[in-house]
Design a binder for this molecule. Structure first.
Ligand code: FAD
Length: 321
């Protein structure tokens, strides 16, 4: 079922999850365990991230070898495994970087044959050590172009002209940034580009993580003012470790509210830090539910413990199914 249809049918705010594939060589059992822990909170759909291949150069017996490395392969495999095992809607992520549009078309055909009706389309980031994404001949520069390619395939239009081509049926989600994307000169311009992704065929938006309901409310209002009418799903993360005060702003280009940081810095020990992080996440969810959001989306990063505590509190209050 399309994510948008799941959202339309909801009686209460839904819960959805983002899962990251395990590092190469790691068993999928850990992902199953994460899902088992979170199943009591009836996640409506699960996104699985895509991790780009990086080219590394290594010396072997005096010869420099170019080696393609994918640290976290398995997006489609994990989606299929979760869908099969838990009968849950899964959403594979698809990125622009590293693919030309012919390879992308073939990937979309595979997903279509496998029965996926949902995909999440993003651009991807430059590989470590690069300031820009290496240009891919015949590839897409922006996510909007990939969204447009999916929309064409949904009309049965393939790159080569095919008479009465079999139309795919993908519902496409795209990323939004309440505090603006790090490359955008300002939020206004970023919102124009986000609206363009919707105009190209995106059916809903999931946001980058944020920690203040006011930030989300203002972002949503700006999107509405810009004429965006698709569902906007807030993305969240539960803070559990002091190092996240450094890594999340650095890696995701987001800010943490003063009140949150003050509270976390006052934590007596790691357990107290975790308790405060859980408390903040619960309050944020309650504020977002008051704002009538369709769904609460959580970045699990493979960890379910603290999130399950937040969800248990919300469930006890009758806020989520
Ligand atoms: P775009 O929408 O293409 O935008 C990128 C930048 O270009 C923005 O600054 C935008 O304002 C600007 N822009 C867009 N169109 C134009 C234009 N026509 N002219 C000029 N500027 C323009 N990364 C992964 O590698 N794998 C994942 O699975 C993954 N999942 C994600 C899930 C979510 C919910 C989010 C929020 C991010 C995810 N990312 C993932 C990270 C994402 O790839 C990066 O944030 C990336 O830098 C931008 O992707 P995008 O799709 O938002 O890009």
């Amino acid at each position: 079922m399309h994510v948008t249809e799941i959202i339309e049918r909801r009686r209460k705010p839904l819960v959805s999850l983002e899962i990251t594939p395990p590092e190469k060589g790691t068993s999928i059992v850990h992902i199953f365990d994460t899902m088992e822990t979170l199943l009591p909170y009836s996640p409506s759909f699960v996104n699985v991230t895509y991790h780009q291949e990086r080219i590394v150069y290594e010396e072997h017996e005096g010869v420099i070898k170019k080696i393609p490395r994918r640290k976290k392969p398995g997006t489609v495999g994990i989606c299929s495994a979760l869908a099969h095992r838990f009968r849950i809607e899964t959403v594979p992520h698809l990125i622009c970087s590293g693919f030309n549009r012919y390879e992308t078309e073939n990937a979309l055909i595979d997903l279509h044959y496998l029965g996926f009706d949902n995909i999440f389309v993003i651009r991807g980031d430059p590989p470590p050590g690069f300031k820009e994404i290496p240009s891919e001949p015949e590839g897409h520069v922006y996510a909007s172009e990939l969204v447009a390619q999916v929309a064409s395939l949904n009309r049965g239009e393939y790159i080569e002209q095919i008479e009465k081509g079999d139309a795919t049926n993908f519902c496409v989600g795209v990323a939004g940034y309440p505090e603006k994307h790090y490359e955008a000169p300002n939020l206004a311009e970023d919102i124009l580009h986000l609206k363009h992704k919707v105009d190209c065929g995106a059916a809903y938006i999931i946001t980058q993580m944020f920690f203040s309901a006011k930030v989300f409310e203002e972002f949503r209002q700006r999107l509405i003012d810009a004429g965006v009418t698709v569902p906007i799903v807030p993305g969240m993360k539960v803070l559990t470790q002091p190092k996240q005060l450094l890594t999340l702003p650095r890696d995701f280009h987001i800010s943490l509210p003063e009140e949150l940081v003050e509270s976390l810095r006052a934590a007596k020990d790691p357990a107290d830090f975790r308790r405060r992080g859980i408390q903040w996440a619960e309050k944020l969810c309650l504020d977002l539910v008051d704002l009538n959001v369709p769904c609460l989306h959580f970045y699990t990063m493979g960890k379910a413990g603290a999130l399950s505590e937040v969800l248990a509190k919300l469930q006890k209050k009758g806020v989520i199914p």
